[in-house]
Structures are given as structure tokens and as C-alpha cells.
Design a protein around this ligand. Structure first.
Ligand SMILES: [Zn+2]
Length: 620
């Protein structure tokens, strides 16, 4: 608004921006089993005021999730003097101090507390006594002013004795318990986590198009590292199928960092040349669990193209203090979800039947979500940072992170439209080869807008794509998003047979999912997690947050609830749900006689089966 702040700004930044020295960061993770990380930074600087920032907005987490509250013991020194510092009263991730005359550098030190709580993303639990996933954004400060891809860092890391590690970072040398990495930009450092542990194994997955690929596994026991040989073959096929789909690779090497523990936060986080993938300790030992989670690593891998190489313009930021704008997160996550599931099936990690079961599951959950009547898909993407941590109660009314599931269905519909309009000559594979082409086998970022996506789609197959996205993404769509599966020759149907995928999801989430029948999602202890607005249970007065103590007079268990719902289908008597809400108990009469209901995809006679075509392997 005025020129005066600009002048002050330049003066303010001068002490560090004036020079281009490499910042040294030494991370001592030898106390990782105590969940404490000790950090020292040596930052070339000249005398005067300076502002140092702690990373706040974390790429891939779509929000301001930098764990600033876990930074403790913060101290600054220069010229053998301890320096006073002051946290900014508005931006709590910024620290102001003045470097004294005669100083050529600033030394910063702090400890980072890695939480025991298994919730959240990288800010959640990332360490046990046996392993650690180290994310550099938690261990750096950076001077305000210079873009993250221009700041240079030289990182060292010390690990507990006997621990092994894996990362996409280039090593300079390893001496004793200290690893020194090649100097790199802050952007690449933060994008390159290290996994490490006492029980560790690296599998070489081979060289594809000149790039080596690895899977590094850290686990809470040696036994958990036993990846079955068919799974290794499937990973190799995944890499080949991704090459066939995209026709390009934008990394020098790729590293899956797979952590197997029941005591770290469970999620996947994408990076350009690696991914931070976290699953339960015994996932590799249980064929059903391995299949159930088969889409996680393909999803994160697809992000190397969609999200890292091609990135929505609103997610291309100068540094970690600039807000991430999520208006295209429905493409960033939705297309990745779609391509990840397609690649998992093409690679043999999951069967075409499971691919369809997952689609039926996603559609039915969207169908019973009344939040669809007020919140368009685009708003779930923009609101990602408030929806990820949102509570489970009334989540169907709120509407959750549907840019994954509904985003996937939007891109399935795009694929089926391209196939229909081109009479089978083209598919979304052609879009992938066109949109993710260019660049080189190095990690660079190529930003895009929705107009770029539409132009690219039109080069593959002309269509009113702008209108299509306006309708599917920006406009409230009350009906279930079934168009993609219907174009593909299938339809959503319900019967009383519980699909295997539904069953395992209930096991993993420790709940009973009767949303399509009784209109209720119940935790294993009877806690009502959610209700369908206008569904039988909600109409009878059952409220999220209440606890079902008995069903028709018998103590609540998942089995009792199922049996009584089956029994109610043979009578006109209402189902009696006794619920405790606060200190009061009441019995709610639920007038529901439809039995159990579960979704499936069923073939539409006479229509081409595109779903089977879509998941056929392509790689030679
Ligand atoms: Zn993702």
C-alpha cells in the first residue's frame, strides 16, 4: 500500500540475503528412542537484525502443520555471545534477533520433541525405540527472504548405534555414526526424509529408464521385514506400469521409505524422489492386509508426476511461510487416487474385483453423505486443512476429504468419456503422456492451472471439459457420483452380502458400518461415530457421540447389532437401541426392516466393460 514498508523490508532482510553461504544443519538423532532430536545450525550472516523462520506450511500435508510447539531449548549464539530472541507476536513460526557487530555467522540450536501420539501426519508419532522417520522440515530454521529452492544446506545426521537408513538424498561421506549429505537446496532437503532403524532392509527394485529404484523398510522387528517375493515382483511391475502410463520419469532415483510399526502415525506422504509410507508392523506378513493397503504406495508414487513434477500453481510457494492454496487439490489428490488404484491393479497388487469393490464402497459413502447437499467438491479441496483434523461426529453432514474419493470418480468419468468419445482410440493414459511430458529425469516443478489441464485434455479429446469440471467440481451435486461406473458398463446395486473389502475396512477401523441400512456407523465399544441425516437411526433420535449399550435388550456387540437388524427384517416391530448420552439412558425405537445392505458394482448387460479394460496391464 505504501513504499515505506518495502524499504524497511529490504533493510530487514539484508544481513542474510546479502550472501549466499551454505547453511550447515547437524541433526543428532541418537536420542530418537527417547523421541528427542538435537539440532544445531550454522548460518552465515552479517551484523544487523534478522528473522529466522520454522517451516509452517508443509507440502503434501495441505496445511500449516509444522510442529512448532515441539521446538524446545531454542538458543542462538554469535561471536561466543548468547543472543536474545523474540518470537513474532503474529507469526509464531518467526524468530527475530540481532546479529552483533563483528559476526560472520549465527549458531542456532534446539531440540525437537517427537510426539508419542499416533495421530496426524509427519507431526504425529514418527519414532519408536527401534526406528525413526526423520523429516527435515522439523529440524531446520531458514532466513526470511530467499526462496527455499535457492537456500543451500549441508546436512549431517547421527543415528543410534547399529541403525541403518535410507533416503533419496545424495551422500557425501559416512564416518563412524555420522552421515554427511551432499549440499542441496532447502526445498530438496525438506522433500527428502530419511528413514532409519535397528531392523532395516533395502530391496533393489531395479533400473528403469536409467533410474534406480529401491524400497527401504524400517520395522519394529526383524520378522516384519519379510516381504513376500510376489510382492517384490509386483513393485517392479508397478514401476514398469508407471513408465508405460506416463512415458516419462522426473526423478534421478526413487526410494519407497516403508515404515512398519503400530506406534507411528499411519499415512503416506509424497515426495519427488521418495515417499514416506507407514503401515502396521505385520502388514507384510498378512496377505489380506497387504492387499487391503495395496494402493498406498502406488498413490504416493503417482504423486512424483502429479503433485511434485506437475503441481497446481496454488501449491507452488516461495517458502514454508507462504500459505498453500488448495483449489486444485481435487486434481492433485483425486487423479492420484484414480491412477494409484489403476496402477495397483495393473501391477497385480489388487484384483479387478477389489478395484470394483473399492469403487462401490466410495460411491455408497458419498451417496449417504448429506454434506453433498450444501458443500461442492471444490470446497472440500480448499478446506483440506480444516477437514483433515475435523472430528468424526456428524462427518457426513460436514462432508470430509472427498477430494480423494469423489475426485477419483471424477477422473474415472474423464477416462470413460475420453474412451467413449474417441471410440476406444484414446484414454486417460494419452492425457498422462501429454500432460506429464517434458522436463528431464531430475526433480523440477512445472506448475499448472485448470486451463492447462483443460487445454491438454482437449488436445487428447475435444469436449466441453470446462463445463464438465464446473458441474462436477464447483457445483453442488446431490446425487451419487455414479456416471463414471455407468459409462464403464457397470451400476451400483445393493444386497445383504458384505464384501470382503467392507469387512476388512470395519476390522481396521474397529467399527460396524451400517450407513446404507440403519444409517449408522458404530465403534466397537458402541460409540455412535456418525449417522445418515434422515436415515432410520437419526429419525429415531440416535445422536453421534452417544453410546449404544444394548440392542433389543441385549448387551451391544457388533454381532448382536447385525443379528437384530437381520431379525427386524422379518417383523414389523421396531428395533430398540438403548443409548447413553451424557448421564442419561433412553431406548430409541428404530423403524427399519430392510436388513443389512451393502453396495456392489454389477454389470450392465450389453454395455462395453471399460472397468476391466482400464486395469489391464500395459507394460511390456
Ligand atoms: Zn495423495
Amino acid at each position: 500500500m505504501t513504499t515505506r514498508p518495502t524499504f524497511l523490508w529490504l533493510f530487514f532482510l539484508a544481513p542474510i540475503c546479502a550472501q549466499q553461504g551454505v547453511i550447515q544443519v547437524d541433526v543428532d538423532a541418537r536420542d530418537a528412542p527417547r523421541r528427542l532430536i538435537h539440532v544445531q545450525l550454522h548460518i552465515p550472516a552479517s551484523p544487523g537484525p534478522v528473522t529466522l523462520l520454522y517451516p509452517q506450511w508443509i507440502q503434501g500435508e495441505h496445511g500449516p502443520t509444522g510442529p512448532i510447539a515441539d521446538v524446545v531449548n531454542l538458543r542462538f549464539r554469535a561471536n561466543d555471545q548468547t543472543l536474545a530472541w523474540r518470537r513474532d507476536a503474529v507469526n509464531l513460526f518467526a524468530f527475530h534477533l540481532t546479529i552483533p557487530q563483528g559476526s560472520a555467522a549465527l549458531d542456532a540450536a534446539f531440540d525437537f520433541i517427537s510426539p508419542a501420539d499416533a495421530g496426524g501426519f509427519t507431526e504425529g508419532s514418527s519414532m519408536t525405540s527401534e526406528l525413526a522417520v526423520l523429516n527435515w522440515n522439523q529440524y531446520v530454521l531458514y532466513p526470511q527472504g530467499m526462496p527455499a529452492d535457492q537456500l543451500r544446506y549441508r546436512a549431517t545426521l547421527r543415528l543410534p548405534p547399529g541403525w541403518h537408513f535410507g533416503t533419496a538424498l545424495d551422500m557425501a561421506k559416512e564416518a563412524g555414526d555420522e552421515i554427511e549429505f551432499q549440499p542441496t537446496s532447502l526445498a530438496t532437503l525438506v522433500d527428502s526424509p530419511v528413514s532409519a532403524g535397528a531392523h532395516y532392509k533395502t530391496i533393489d527394485l531395479g533400473v528403469f529408464n536409467g533410474s534406480p529404484h529401491y524400497i527401504h523398510m524400517a520395522a519394529d522387528s526383524d520378522r516384519a521385514l519379510a516381504m513376500p517375493s510376489p510382492a517384490v515382483k509386483q513393485f517392479k511391475r508397478l514401476i514398469a506400469e508407471a513408465g508405460a502410463l506416463f512415458g516419462s520419469r522426473h526423478y534421478r532415483s526413487y526410494h519407497f521409505l516403508l515404515t512398519l510399526s503400530d506406534h507411528v502415525a499411519s499415512f503416506g506422504l509424497e515426495h519427488h524422489e521418495s515417499s514416506d509410507d507407514r503401515l502396521g508392523e505385520r502388514t507384510l506378513l498378512d496377505a489380506d492386509l497387504l492387499t487391503f493397503y495395496s494402493e498406498l504406495l502406488p498413490h504416493e508414487y503417482v504423486h512424483s508426476w502429479n503433485g511434485k513434477y506437475r503441481r497446481p500453481a496454488g501449491l507452488v510457494t516461495k517458502d514454508y511461510s507462504e500459505a498453500l492454496r488448495g483449489d486444485l487439490v481435487w486434481m492433485y489428490e483425486g487423479l492420484t487416487e484414480y491412477l494409484g488404484s489403476v496402477l495397483a491393479t495393473r501391477s497385480g497388487m489388487e484384483t479387478p474385483e477389489l478395484f470394483r469393490e473399492r469403487l462401490a464402497y466410495v460411491i455408497s459413502h458419498l451417496e449417504y453423505e448429506s454434506g453433498r447437499t450444501w458443500r461442492p467438491l471444490a470446497d472440500t479441496a480448499i478446506s483440506a486443512q480444516i477437514l483433515f483434523p475435523a472430528r468424526e461426529d456428524y462427518s457426513a453432514l460436514r462432508r470430509g476429504i472427498d477430494f480423494y474419493g469423489e475426485g477419483q470418480l471424477v477422473w474415472l468419468e474423464v477416462d470413460t468419456l475420453i474412451r467413449q468419445l474417441s471410440h476406444g482410440a484414446k484414454s486417460i493414459d494419452d492425457f498422462c503422456r501429454e500432460f506429464y511430458a517434458g522436463g528431464e529425469a531430475t526433480p523440477v516443478v512445472n506448475p499448472f492451472t485448470l486451463d492447462d489441464v483443460i487445454a491438454s485434455l482437449n488436445r487428447v479429446q475435444a469436449y466441453a471439459w470446462a463445463d464438465f469440471f464446473r458441474q462436477r467440481v464447483d457445483t453442488v451435486q446431490t446425487g451419487a457420483p455414479v456416471q463414471g461406473v455407468e459409462n464403464a458398463g457397470w451400476k451400483l446395486t445393493y444386497d445383504d452380502i458384505r464384501p470382503g473389502y467392507w469387512n476388512t475396512t470395519e476390522d481396521q477401523d474397529r467399527n460396524t458400518d451400517m450407513l446404507p441400512s440403519l444409517g449408522i456407523l458404530v465403534k466397537s465399544d458402541g460409540l455412535v461415530a456418525d449417522v445418515v441425516m434422515g436415515g432410520p437411526a437419526q429419525k429415531a433420535g440416535v445422536v453421534p457421540g452417544a453410546t449404544i449399550t444394548s440392542v433389543n435388550g441385549r448387551q451391544f456387540t457388533a454381532t448382536v447389532l447385525r443379528e437384530e437388524v437381520q431379525g427386524a427384517a422379518k417383523t414389523t416391530d421396531p428395533l430398540g437401541l438403548t443409548v447413553r448420552s451424557g448421564e442419561y439412558t433412553s431406548t430409541r425405537k428404530v423403524d427399519y426392516h430392510g436388513g443389512e445392505r451393502y453396495p456392489h458394482l454389477t454389470r450392465q448387460n450389453g454395455k462395453l466393460d471399460m472397468l476391466t479394460e482400464i486395469v489391464e496391464p500395459r507394460a511390456k
